[in-house]
Design a protein around this ligand. Structure first.
Ligand code: ADP
Ligand code: MG
Length: 652
């Protein structure tokens, strides 16, 4: 049975203007094992066209090419891939070796596409390379070896999957006469080893090596002459058949991509650096926002007891009160002075909230110009009289202790104005509370150390209530503190307080608003920085397009040795994945370095880390970078996968 049979094969090319050009005309040929067939004919007679249809690189022909009982013209992509992997091997005039792969890797590539294990791949590739006499050149790149050696590598590549048919289009066209002899000897041996070798040549001398010469003219076979039969000898070029049913693995694609990137190292480093700038800016902006926010929250939390929630009465909506509310809205500090008082039922309601262990009553009063404290001859103005609660912890008292009956705590700023060593001294405190003027002699029990806070005098609620009542007035709490059984429950208590329509801490609400504004600001900045991500994406897109153009030949070769469209796409997508990964790593690395520097400076001046680069930001940055790069890589990868192998291999 013939290895291959051509029956009435016709092939037309579409040319411009809707016309066609018939390059093969009713070709009928039958080939056997162990034949070395030379196809000769003038340039343009259709030799390469014939090779392409025989080799399954071009399925667009009429008639039948029967191999193993099937017409290869009707093969599905899957069958064609299998045909390229198992049945045919190609040798080209211009070698078509992949320049960034070593001699060994060029030969193993065909097996990498079948996901043959590394050890197996290398063992078999080394066997074949020894058979063609290249055992000492394994790790050289194609650039470093001679033309004859390159063609021997190409022959080894064609043989490594142990195909039945070798197709060689002018294999000696680029070689000098001495090397031509060697390569032809080798090709002859291969045929003698029982393979069908079909070789295109111009030269009569080359044709003299063959067992059969087929002459083509203007697309027609005009002569088919069997000269001699080859004696089949020991199979020198045979290797064990590998399992070729599998396909290129992701890891294999990744490795191929990496090898290519390594070849153009400086270019790829520059791309990754360019890509990293966008990622870096976005990460830095987000980290800066979160650093400043964390600082704010920290400052807030350090001044409050995490167990305690502050509660105010809701604003009253009566006509008269509305004007005051407006003023309050404009100045929340003034607002507190006219805050409504709690009734017993309010307090009972609040005490009923889940996890509330205690309700403390309190009072706070802001006013300007009416409050002063005197000691010796010194006078200090202050703005607020506030009762102490569990909200103020002794951690806030930098000197002395919290006040008991008859005692006050004053702010550090006031203490500085009034005199030295004030703790234990009596001072005079004048203020107006609920329209009652109070003139009190109080012992300073401690100094309150809030930074940047308002000047204030702190005393117990019981003291303040009895002072006001002694003066003939009344005092109901205008602020209460809910003590939670556990700090973890404070948030739920605060939520419940809002549900019941009470107001939380004004300072906290302010801080919340501020931190929301900060968040918005951060996102806007990050968004602006994000624009550079688009620039990176376009850059990566361009570079991958260039890479596709540069690697057109390589893509053709991969298809000829059994690479699927999917494999080609995978190699390019892997490359964009790697670019994205490296951009992301660079971006995070640079952002990290800059954050260290910025934090060193900010710690020096403000005792805070201004940039809070969390692992979450770092990981998201890398993921984002990979995502953008892969999206940018989709189009070039699709373009590469679609390349026509005949077209891509023809270019020289
Ligand atoms: P050979 O290899 O014998 O020199 P080819 O098989 O390359 O010849 O070409 C045979 C004929 O088909 C030539 O006339 C050539 O111009 C034409 N041809 C080859 N490829 C194409 C193509 N893609 N489109 C149109 N015409 C083509
Ligand atoms: Mg040709």
């Amino acid at each position: 049975m013939p290895v291959m049979e051509l029956k009435h094969v016709n092939k037309s090319y579409k040319i411009s203007g809707g016309e066609t050009f018939q390059a093969l005309k009713d070709v009928n040929l039958s080939f056997e094992k162990g034949e070395l067939v030379s196809i000769i004919g003038e340039s343009g007679s259709g030799k390469s066209t014939l090779m392409n249809v025989i080799g399954g690189l071009d399925s667009d022909f009429q008639g039948e090419i029967v191999v193993d009982g099937d017409n290869i013209g009707e093969y599905s992509e899957k069958n064609l891939v299998q045909y390229h992997k198992e049945k045919v091997g190609f040798v080209f005039q211009s070698f078509n070796l992949i320049s960034h792969l070593s001699v060994l890797d060029n030969v193993t590539l065909a097996m990498t596409l079948s996901n043959v294990s590394k050890a197996d791949r290398e063992k078999r590739a080394k066997e074949i390379l020894s058979a063609v006499g290249l055992q000492d050149q394994l790790y050289k790149k194609p650039d470093a070896i001679s033309g004859g050696q390159k063609q021997r590598v190409a022959i080894a590549r064609a043989l490594v999957n142990d195909p039945d048919i070798i197709i060689a289009d002018e294999p000696t066209g680029a070689l000098d006469s001495e090397t031509t002899e060697q390569v032809l000897e080798m090709i002859k041996e291969i045929a003698e080893n029982g393979k069908l070798v079909i070789m295109v040549t111009h030269s009569e001398r080359v044709a003299a090596y063959s067992s059969r010469v087929v002459t083509i003219d203007d697309g027609r076979v005009i002569n088919d002459q069997v000269k001699n039969t080859l004696t089949v000898t020991d199979n020198k070029y045979k290797t064990s058949k590998p399992n070729r049913n599998k396909n290129l693995s992701l890891f294999g694609a990744m490795k191929l991509a990496l090898l290519n990137m390594k070849e153009k190292l400086s270019r790829n480093i520059l791309i990754a650096l360019g890509g990293s700038i966008g990622i870096m800016s976005v990460i830095l902006m987000l980290s800066l926002g979160s650093g400043v926010n964390a600082y704010l929250t920290d400052t807030m939390n350090s001044q409050v007891n995490p167990l305690v929630s502050e509660v105010h009465m809701p604003d009253e909506e009566t006509g008269n009160q509305t004007d005051i509310n407006e003023i309050q809205d404009q100045n929340p500090m003034l607002g507190l002075s006219s805050a409504a008082s709690f009734e017993t039922e309010n307090i009972e309601e609040l005490a009923g909230i889940n996890h509330v262990e205690a309700v403390e009553e309190g009072f706070t009063n802001f006013s300007i110009g009416t409050n002063k404290a005197t000691f010796d001859e010194n006078t200090a103005q202050f703005m607020s009289v506030t009762t102490v609660s569990s909200m103020i912890t002794s951690a806030d008292i930098i000197e002395g202790s919290l006040p008991k009956d008859g005692e006050v705590v004053i702010t550090q700023n006031m203490a500085d104005t009034l005199g030295e060593d004030l703790v234990g001294q009596d001072i005079q405190v004048e203020t107006i509370v609920n329209e009652e003027s109070l003139d009190l002699t109080m012992t300073v029990s401690g100094i309150y150390g809030s930074e940047g806070g308002l000047d204030a005098v702190y005393l117990t609620y019981e003291d303040l209530k009895s002072f006001v009542e002694e003066a003939g007035g009344e005092l109901d709490p205008n602020i209460v503190y809910l003590v939670s059984d556990n700090a973890a429950n404070t948030e739920s208590i605060k939520a419940e307080v809002e549900d019941l329509n009470y107001k939380g801490s004004t300072t906290e609400a302010l801080a919340d608003t501020f931190s929301q504004m900060l968040d918005i600001f951060t996102y806007v900045l990050a968004g602006v920085a994000g624009i550079s991500l688009i620039v990176s994406a376009i850059m990566i897109l361009t570079v991958l397009y260039i890479s596709v153009v540069e690697r057109t030949k390589e893509i053709g070769v991969i298809k000829a040795i059994g690479g699927r469209k999917k494999d080609i796409r995978r190699i390019f997508v892997s490359e964009s994945f790697l670019i994205g990964l490296f951009s992301g790593l660079f971006g995070v690395g640079i952002a990290w370095g800059l954050s260290l520097a910025a934090n060193a400076v900010s710690t020096n001046y403000f005792e805070i880390d201004i940039i809070d680069l969390t692992p979450m930001y770092a990981v998201s940055g890398i993921v984002l970078s990979i995502f953008i790069s892969m999206v940018a890589g989709l189009m070039p990868a699709a373009k590469a996968a679609k390349l026509d192998p005949v077209e891509s291999l023809r270019r020289d």
